[in-house]
Design a protein around this ligand. Structure first.
Ligand SMILES: Nc1ncnc2c1ncn2[C@@H]1O[C@H](COP(=O)(O)OP(=O)(O)OP(=O)(O)O)[C@@H](O)[C@H]1O
Ligand SMILES: O=P(O)(O)OC[C@H]1O[C@H](OP(=O)(O)OP(=O)(O)O)[C@H](O)[C@@H]1O
Length: 211
């Protein structure tokens, strides 16, 4: 068992809101706010260590119990489901998973669709669930290019402000699922460190209800 409970945070877009939430919950987040390349940080005067990871790795660390808790986007949990407890919807990192494409695609149903996505599982499950035959083309980024270049008919991607779609002449065709950041907990830690887990969950939950 780790000495202090360990929480894995997603670096990048979710980082600032996570740090703000933990700070509001009463933790001294100075070590995370201070610019540094450190990936393991100790919360002063509180039994909690923080590690900084990419979203999919947060879920993996929590699955294996190397981290007891983690903050990760729902998109990551849907794309690569892990046996972890999802205990809180943290309410930030809000965006939606959507099918998008050129406006004319709305009026032209196709027998077989080519779909470009960084989320092949979500895309496949969505279309197959609707009986639509699809070929999923995996992408690493700049997904909006695919329909413009003729690589795919449509994309499945995250839409937040809609600016990227708009700038590239694409529109949302169908909404798949709303996304936000979630607090996840390792299943064994939840049992064996119940008191510590519940204390942290309660501290965070209180801040959410105060908002
Ligand atoms: N506009 C957005 N684009 C992507 N993710 C968003 C957006 N808005 C909120 N999110 C949430 O933020 C999480 C982290 O996104 P972020 O872009 O920092 O990491 P990433 O998807 O690994 O991208 P990158 O590879 O560019 O670092 C996502 O998993 C998602 O839940
Ligand atoms: O609706 P918006 O506010 O424009 O946000 C959505 C865009 O942001 C994300 O891309 P990201 O910036 O992570 O770039 P990448 O996928 O090309 O790496 C996502 O894949 C969309 O392209």
């Amino acid at each position: 068992m780790n000495e202090n409970p360990r929480m894995a945070l997603t670096k990048g877009r979710l980082e600032k809101d996570t740090v703000n939430l933990l700070e509001a919950a009463g933790l001294d987040m100075e070590p995370v706010r201070k610019p540094s390349r450190k990936l393991i940080l100790q919360v002063p005067q509180f039994p909690l260590d923080l590690i900084l990871l990419k979203g999919p790795d947060v879920a993996t660390y929590v699955e294996y119990g190397v981290a007891d808790l983690g903050v990760v986007g729902k998109d990551v949990l849907l794309e690569d489901p892990k046996p972890v407890y999802e205990v809180l919807d943290l309410g930030f990192g809000r965006c939606r998973m959507a099918v998008a494409g050129p406006p004319e695609m709305a009026a032209t149903p196709k027998k077989h669709l080519r779909v470009a996505s960084k989320y092949p599982r979500i895309a496949r499950e969505y279309f197959e669930g609707r009986g639509q035959s699809v070929e999923i083309i995996g992408q690493q980024g700049s997904v909006e290019l695919a329909p413009l270049m003729g690589l795919a008919d449509v994309i499945v991607d995250i839409v937040e402000t809609g600016n990227t779609l708009k700038a590239n002449g694409l529109v949302v065709l169908e909404e798949i699922v709303p996304i936000s950041a979630r607090l996840v907990v390792n299943k064994i830690s939840y049992k064996t460190r119940r008191h510590e887990m519940n204390r942290l969950i309660d501290m965070m939950e209180k801040q959410l209800t105060n908002r």
